[in-house]
Structures are given as structure tokens and as C-alpha cells.
Write a protein that binds this ligand. Structure first.
Ligand code: ZN
Length: 228
């Protein structure tokens, strides 16, 4: 049973982590959110995250881990770098922030431990993982074991979106009753535009294609139900 327990959600204010926030709210007795400032170009992200957490009635803590952005070059923290639209042959796109999930989850684990929280929730997904190695299931499982060994704890990392594609993530948000909130108030766009975003960056493309696919599925379902 998890109803009496607290979950810590790694929260950015994007589509995925917002869906996870509401998923956790349904499943756990109490939810705490943790956001990171890591030198991203669009710090407005944090304000959006704050607004969503307020609406969700969830406490949000913001932690500054800007050193992550200075360790290596990537297009999310370096304004002089144009982002890759596609995954380059045999490599990761330059929107990959090396170590981001490793750092986030390690810090979140210590944060949780110090507060007696056993459950961590992250919105990573292997299905649409854009070539980011730290979104894969094996990495998360391996890190979970490592963290428990390093902290002598029994933490559980939950990844509700791991095997969902973007359309299924929209379906989950709808099922949780937050489809409109996720559509209008979250920010996934690499160019820092909330809601439907700039429309042309890789993150917007993925989000939009998922949304279109989901809306099509929903219409199809409605039509079938009406015919019956
Ligand atoms: Zn965009």
C-alpha cells in the first residue's frame, strides 16, 4: 500500500513530469515536488512549475544545480549552440545534458532520505527517449540499486511513463482529469514557450505528434461508441 506514504516527484513543469505529479497525487497520501535550476536557458520554467504545483496543492522545493550545465556543452544551457533537430548518426543530440538524470535522481534520493520519503517519481520514458541514455529503464533500475546500496535505504524509483509513447501520456493526463492543464500550462518547448510551444523544435514536434495521435484516437473511440 502506498496511500499512506509520501512520494517525491522530480518536477520540471513539463508535460511528462506534470502528468507524473498528478499520477502521484492519485496514488500516494502526500506528494512533494522538487525542481532543479541547472543553467537552462529558460529559467521561466521554474515559475511555471511553481504555478502548477500551487494548483496541484503540492509543496515545491527548488534546488540550484547550475554546475551541471557548466560541466559539458549542450544546447539547453549554452545559448551559442543551435540545437540538433534529429538524433545524429551514432550519437546523442546536443540537447542531451550529460548526467542530468543521474544528478537529479541522486540529489532527489538524498533529499527524500533526509525527509523519510521512500518513493521517488520521475517522468523519463524509454519509448520516446530521443536517444538520451539516462531515460532508459536499465539505467533507472541500475541507479535505483546503486542509490539503495550507497544510502542503505529501500527507495523505490517509479517511472509511470517508461513504456508510454507521447499519445499514451496524453491519454494518462486525460484519465487523471488534467488534460487541459497539461496542454495549456506546462512547458516542453526547447525555445521556452509554454502550452503548444514554438511548434518546430524537436520537443514541440514530439509533443504535437503525440497530441494529434491521441485526439485522433479519442475521436475514433467516440465515433465507435456513438455507432453502438
Ligand atoms: Zn518548441
Amino acid at each position: 500500500m502506498t496511500a499512506g506514504e509520501t512520494a517525491l516527484v522530480v518536477f520540471s513543469g513539463g508535460q511528462d513530469s506534470t502528468t507524473c505529479l498528478f499520477w502521484a497525487k492519485r496514488r500516494f497520501g502526500r506528494v512533494q515536488a522538487l525542481s532543479f535550476v541547472y543553467g537552462q536557458k529558460h529559467v521561466g520554467e521554474v515559475e511555471l512549475a511553481r504555478a502548477i504545483a500551487r494548483k496541484a496543492d503540492v509543496d515545491l522545493d527548488v534546488m540550484d544545480v547550475s554546475f551541471i550545465g557548466t560541466l559539458g556543452r549542450n544546447a539547453l544551457t549554452d545559448a551559442s549552440l543551435a540545437m540538433d533537430a534529429e538524433k545524429p548518426e551514432g550519437g546523442v543530440p546536443n540537447t542531451f545534458v550529460p548526467g542530468r538524470n543521474l544528478f537529479f535522481l541522486s540529489i532527489a534520493a538524498v533529499y527524500a532520505r533526509e525527509r523519510g520519503i521512500r518513493h521517488l517519481v520521475t517522468g523519463v520514458s524509454q519509448t520516446d527517449y530521443s536517444g538520451y541514455p539516462d531515460c532508459r529503464d536499465t539505467f533507472i533500475r541500475s541507479l535505483n540499486v546503486t542509490l539503495n546500496l550507497g544510502l542503505d535505504e529501500q527507495l523505490v524509483i517509479h517511472t509511470p511513463l517508461m513504456w508510454l509513447d507521447k499519445a499514451e501520456t496524453w491519454a494518462l493526463a486525460d484519465e487523471l482529469g488534467v488534460f487541459d492543464l497539461v496542454r495549456r500550462e506546462t512547458m516542453t518547448c526547447y525555445n521556452g514557450i509554454a502550452g503548444d510551444g514554438c511548434g518546430h523544435c524537436p520537443a514541440c514536434k514530439l509533443r504535437r505528434e503525440g497530441l494529434e495521435k491521441y485526439l485522433l484516437m479519442k475521436n475514433e473511440e467516440r465515433r465507435t461508441n456513438n455507432e453502438q
